[in-house]
Write a protein that binds this ligand. Sequence first.
Ligand code: GLA
Length: 410
Amino acid sequence: MSETTSSQTERVHASFRAHFGATPDWMVRAPGRVNLIGEHTDYNDGFVFPAAIDREVVLGARHRGDRTVRLYADNFQQADAFDLDAIERVPSSPAAAGWSNYVRGVFQAFRDQGHRLGGMDIAFSGDVPLGAGLSSSAALEVATGTLLDRAFGLGLGGREVALLGQRAENAFVGVQCGIMDQFVSALGERDHALFLDCRSLAYRNVPLGLEARGLSIAIVDSGVKRGLVESQFNARRQECREALERLGVLLARPDLSSLRDVSAGDFASVEADLPETLRARARHVITENERVLASVAALEAGDFAVFGAQMNRSHRSLRDDYAVSTPALDLLVGLAQALPGVLGARLTGAGFGGCIVSLVAASALEAFRREVVERYHAETGRVAALFVSPAADGARVIAQGTQAPGPRGR
Ligand code: GLA
């Protein structure tokens, strides 16, 4: 158990006792994630290469024997409750428990699939920074899904839990995210990054061996909360759909179902006929898929220099072609890339604010703090937070209680 898990676990125990007057039977954890490379490719049926991080959500729970779910969020010191047979979305207002929608959405997604659930008391606490692009919401969804899978003896496993988490976010919360975040939160592995084909959901965990190579994953939060992320994210998805439609016509391939199926050669033969914005968006997706494949191959051959160079190219493409970077992210990436000992740096996650990720020689971390984090502060007045994280394990049951006795109806 990591240090953060044990302190989160204590907080959850204390919250649970204070709010439900008992001890939780079930304890489950699920991590946030950092994407090493493969951005905005998941919803285009492409390839991604994220890793789980050592920041996570820990959740404690107990069966109730009725149809009510009571929740307590330690981070927000807020409580909420709902009826399992009438799950509604909490309106998003600053005073409302917006976090509750992630939990409600997962219960609803399980019920939509016909899984039998019963009432529970649930308390949780997390240390994944919120709104920073490190998937705090996916961690909460996957923790909830893992709990339901195990506490109700459903036997689904990580892949299905990830899909139900994504469904909660798409259909209940209303964000059209891809599968990357939930998948790696469910199925990541310590000291590995997860290479995922988002079409077939075939995946393999690729060993990183960072410590042996004297390398670290450094994540810097720009301190600029992601703005407009939902509307801009959905707008990019729409642009990809439009580019795909036009490419289908230009290439005389009416069967074309995703940008994943357009080769760089085919794209080059018709790109001049695309409107400029759509051309740039499609070029990012097509080249980013190639960069992921090249990165994984480089890593498997032990060539971290090539891996880092692909990270740098990915950032350029996200900035110039996909237009999801910000001046703050560009500044951080520029400072990082200029530093000796930094193999590569790029924005990570959806963009529009949030974090950068960098592969750094462990011996250069002090210089990194000085030349990237402190310099950024001096230039912008903003405080950036530095997280050095190993690649961590995906979701786990930490303490197993009793399974729900017998069928409970839908
Ligand atoms: C967000 C989404 C992911 C993915 C990334 C961009 O994190 O939740 O599904 O699309 O943005 O790569």
